[in-house]
Design a protein around this ligand. Structure first.
Ligand code: COA
Length: 200
């Protein structure tokens, strides 16, 4: 099992982000466009970490941690899923144990919001229900922290403030490259043109 972390958007990540968004839609009915859009926009702004778990070079699980909200080191596990064929084999918990070890600063804490039925799953990883913040009836908010970090100061809106466009289908269907690459290429093209004009 190998976990690779990506802190900025790359074209090769698009299919994996899309696959995670599809699994999230299937399990908790969050539209693909919203999950895909949030991860996409936060990665473009370098405000999160997308991770992929590989077993024998096959991608078996994906997740996304966003930065900030409480302090710069605070994280939020926004999305996580294991491919259907690999579920209920303790892989989910083992992957998250490694992610916590690698990427979570326990004194700054890590939040997550999940369906209430996952309380035991995340509880076994050390997350505790933070009762004061229930996003809706069947959802709970949980916190993993070594200190009693001042939860009142967490800016919960931070994660939803990211502006998600109406439609990302051209990006995840592969009919267009993501903007950063596009802008970079246009910029390099213009630079090359200016250089040529200057030489002649
Ligand atoms: C939740 C998820 C990541 C767990 O991955 P996994 O590899 O199966 O996890 P593990 O094998 O380590 O642990 C499975 C535990 O999760 C619990 N679990 C998972 N889905 C559940 C559900 N829908 N209802 C109740 N319990 C559930 C299982 O009961 C099991 O508990 P146990 O260990 O006491 O038997 C996986 O089921 C998944 O990808 N689900 C779809 C996406 C999702 O819901 N993501 C979380 C919200 S963002």
């Amino acid at each position: 099992m190998e976990i690779v972390y990506y802190e900025k958007l790359q074209q090769k990540l698009i299919p994996s982000i899309y696959e995670l968004a599809c699994m999230i839609e299937e399990s908790i009915h969050e539209p693909v466009n919203i999950t895909f859009g949030k991860i996409y926009e936060l990665l473009v702004r370098k405000k999160g970490i997308f991770f992929i778990c590989y077993v024998n070079k096959e991608e078996i699980s994906f997740g996304f941690l966003s930065n900030g909200g409480y302090n710069k080191k605070h994280k939020r596990l926004m999305f996580f899923a294991v491919k259907k064929d690999y579920r209920n084999q303790s892989l989910g918990k083992n992957i998250l144990r490694k992610v916590i070890k690698d990427k979570i600063y326990l004194d700054s804490g890590c939040m997550l919001a999940c369906k209430a039925y996952l309380e035991k799953f995340y509880g076994e990883l050390g997350f505790k229900v933070y009762n004061k913040v229930h996003t809706s009836k069947d959802e709970i908010t949980m916190l993993l922290s070594s200190t009693d970090c001042n939860i009142e100061k967490v800016n919960f809106g931070f994660y939803n403030d990211v502006e998600v466009r109406e439609d990302y289908s051209k990006i995840y269907e592969g009919t267009t490259v993501y903007n950063n690459v596009l802008y970079k290429n246009i910029f390099l093209g213009l630079l090359f043109l200016i250089l040529l004009l200057w030489i002649y």
